[in-house]
Design a protein around this ligand. Sequence first.
Ligand SMILES: NC(=O)C1=CN([C@@H]2O[C@H](COP(=O)(O)OP(=O)(O)OC[C@H]3O[C@@H](n4cnc5c(N)ncnc54)[C@H](O)[C@@H]3O)[C@@H](O)[C@H]2O)[C@@H](O)CC1
Ligand SMILES: [K+]
Length: 215
Amino acid sequence: MSKAITIAEAQRYDAHTINEIGIPALVLMERAALATFNNILNDDFDLSRIVVVAATGNNGGDGIAVARLLKIRGLNVEIYLLGNPDNATPQTKQQLKIADYYSIPRITDLNRIVNATLIVDAIFGVGLSRLITGKFADAINAINAADAKTVAIDVPSGINADTGDVLGVAVVADSTTTMAYNKVGLLTTSGKQHSGTIHVADIGIYAQDRLEHAR
Ligand SMILES: NC(=O)C1=CN([C@@H]2O[C@H](COP(=O)(O)OP(=O)(O)OC[C@H]3O[C@@H](n4cnc5c(N)ncnc54)[C@H](O)[C@@H]3O)[C@@H](O)[C@H]2O)[C@@H](O)CC1
Ligand SMILES: [K+]
C-alpha cells in the first residue's frame, strides 16, 4: 500500500518544498490543478455543465486553477465562491484574477450546483479546522443533493484528513485527487466512503529530499 501522511506532515512537506527548496507555491498549485484536470479528462464524466465550488484557502486556489484549465479547453465551467475574496490567500487571489481575465462566470445560486453535470469540490483540504456551518454547509448539502459526479481536490471537504471524521457535513465524492501522498484519514471507513476512487498526484512534494525514486 502506498504511504499515507497526516495533516501536520502534509503542511511540513509543503512548507519545506516552498521555503527551503524554493519551489514557488504557485508552481505547486499549478501542478495540483493539472493533475486534477488530467484525472477529470481521463474519467468518463459528462462535462457539459461544470461547477467548481471553491473557498478562499489554497484548496480553493487549486480549484480555481482547474476551472481556468477547463475553460481554456473550451468547456462550460462556472465558479461558486464561498467566503470573502479579500481574505483569500495570495495564491488564491492570483488564481481569481486569472479566472476573471478568462471571464469565468461567478455564480451565487445553489441551483446551479444542483443542476451541474460535474462538480469540483475545492472548499477545504488539509486546512479544515472546525465544524462546518452556514453557507459552507449549504453548499456541501447542494453538492451531495446533485445528480452530478463529484471530484474532490486533496480531501473531500468536511473530512478531517487525520481521522476521517465528518466535521458536521462532508462531500461524498466519486473521485479524489490527493496531493503528494494519500492522507491517513482517507484510509478510514468514513474517509473511503467520502473519497471514492483516490488518485495520488505527484506534484513535486516529497517526504525525503532527492529520494523521489524511492516512493
Ligand atoms: N501549501 C501549498 O503550497 C500547497 C497547498 N495545496 C492545497 O492547499 C490546501 C491547503 O490550503 P490551506 O492551508 O490554505 O487550507 P484550506 O484551503 O484547506 O482551508 C483553509 C481555509 O479554510 C478556513 N476554514 C477552515 N475550516 C473552516 C470551516 N469549518 N468553516 C469555514 N472556514 C473554514 C480557514 O480559516 C482557512 O481560510 C491543500 O489541501 C491543497 O489542496 C496544494 O496546492 C499543494 C501545495
Ligand atoms: K476539497
